[in-house]
Design a protein around this ligand. Structure first.
Ligand code: 7TS
Length: 421
């Protein structure tokens, strides 16, 4: 596959010296908002895209556009080759055993719904339990509630502490003979908490409980190895790892996927169709009905190539330093309360400033060219847990700088003055 080489110096220990060059890979980072240079701190909602990803999508439409898995003509074969090559890239990235274990989806949400409907639903009986945590995104709550409603099973929720960590030992204590699956967020989008998922998978497996990990906020911030984690399912979204929207991946253990019925029916997922009897295609096609986001899938491959060229360890180290710096600065701001102070945290600073509504904080920051997210972050039960309506959230990516963090705190000082008269 022809890859447009990202403008980077390759993996190495530090990031700071390369930062300007890396930032130049992201055209949008040159944007001015209301006359001020953009500070993009909404990376947990979606990340920006490097030129190599944008170019790859453009190339598909300009040079290779055709439907995949069906044409004998050159374009279709080329598009199929690029799309399937991207699957190999994802497979290696997650260290899956086989490309059959990599199912393309529209994102994390669809991946979780697939497991809920196709794996859990046929197995759930009245009184069975689905175990989640109190820090899940709605997309790792609602699909389970839906299958619980259909089957008479119930949702069991592991509580969290004031710091935003799972209450010690509660996950293990909640596992019992009725637990059919545990679905756990790897990194919380609203709190930044990194959960001890390896340990949790081991505890669940000791009771024969399969585990799905929601990796939406993890894959762009730390190396993920599904074999080392030993999880049964792992879900992530392409757009949160510098790839296109409408793309995502479900990793599933092959023997589990083999025994699951298809999630959707249609073209591409069948072997033979007759009105009397239809047989299904092998993995991964069995779970990929219809024409997919072909450009997006190829673009996701380019995004992962990009991430690997920069180096996830380097990215993580840089983001950790930004978070440490921002957290230290936050402590100096009178009336600022950080929501989520877990010992293991990634890239997210959720906070409240005095009694100013987070939306007002967000509006002032926007007038300074700073993009953060305000609201419940699709994690309303977390807001209920802390008895707050919303938070302001700055979420970092490797291309953010210390100077940008400084600008955030200058703008927060403006907000404080405007609203405390
Ligand atoms: N799980 C987690 C932990 C998330 O943070 C998100 C999106 C999802 C699942 C759903 O991902 P999707 O790509 O299928 O939508 N989180 C956020 C956020 O924090 N702000 O906007 C979207």
């Amino acid at each position: 596959m022809s890859v447009v080489a990202p403008n980077v110096a390759g993996p190495g220990p530090g990031m700071t010296e390369d930062l300007e060059r890396l930032r130049a890979d992201f055209p949008i980072l040159r944007t001015r908002i209301r006359g001020k240079p953009l500070v993009y701190f909404d990376n947990a909602a979606t990340t920006q895209k490097p030129r190599s990803v944008i170019d790859m999508e453009r190339r598909y439409y300009e040079e290779w556009n055709a439907n995949i898995h069906r044409g004998v003509h050159w374009l279709s074969e080329k598009a199929t080759h690029e799309y399937e090559h991207a699957r190999d890239t994802v497979c290696a990235f997650l260290n899956a055993r086989s490309r059959k274990e990599i199912i393309y989806t529209r994102g994390t949400t669809e991946a979780i719904n697939l497991v809920a409907q196709s794996f859990a639903r046929p197995r759930l009986r009245p009184g069975d339990e689905v175990l989640i945590t109190a820090m899940e995104h709605h997309s790792n709550i609602v699909p389970w509630q839906m299958v619980c409603q259909l089957t008479g099973a119930r949702l069991r929720v592991v509580p969290i502490t004031d710091d935003g960590e799972l209450v010690a030992g509660e996950f293990e204590r909640s596992l019992n003979e009725r637990t059919r699956i545990a679905a756990i967020v790897h990194v919380s989008n609203a709190l930044g908490t990194i959960n001890p998922v390896r340990h949790m998978v081991a505890a669940a497996h000791a009771r024969d409980v399969p585990v799905l990990l929601d990796g939406a906020q993890a894959v762009a911030h730390m190396p993920v190895d599904v074999q080392a984690l030993d999880c049964d399912f792992y879900a992530f979204s392409g757009h949160k790892i510098f790839g296109p929207t409408g793309t995502g991946v479900l990793y599933g253990r092959e023997e589990l996927l083999e025994n699951m019925p298809p999630y959707q029916g249609g073209g591409d997922m069948i072997r033979t169709v007759s009105f009397e009897n239809t047989t299904y295609a092998d993995l991964p096609a069995k779970f990929e009905a219809g024409t997919p986001n072909i450009a997006g899938g190829i673009g996701l491959g380019a995004a992962i190539d990009y991430v690997q060229t920069v180096g996830l360890q380097r990215m993580a180290a840089h983001e950790h330093e930004l978070l440490r710096y921002a957290t230290a600065r936050a402590r100096e701001v009178p009336g600022l309360r950080v929501i989520g102070q877990a010992r293991e945290k990634a890239a997210v600073l959720s906070f409240l400033l005095n009694d100013i509504h987070p939306h007002d904080v967000g509006t002032i920051l926007d007038s300074e060219g700073i993009a953060i997210r305000t609201g419940h972050h699709c994690a309303m039960p977390i807001m209920t847990r802390y008895k707050i309506p919303a938070t302001a959230r700055a979420s970092f990516a490797f291309y953010n700088t210390r100077e940008e963090v400084d600008r955030l705190f200058v703008a927060l000082e403006i907000a404080r003055k405007v609203f405390t008269r």
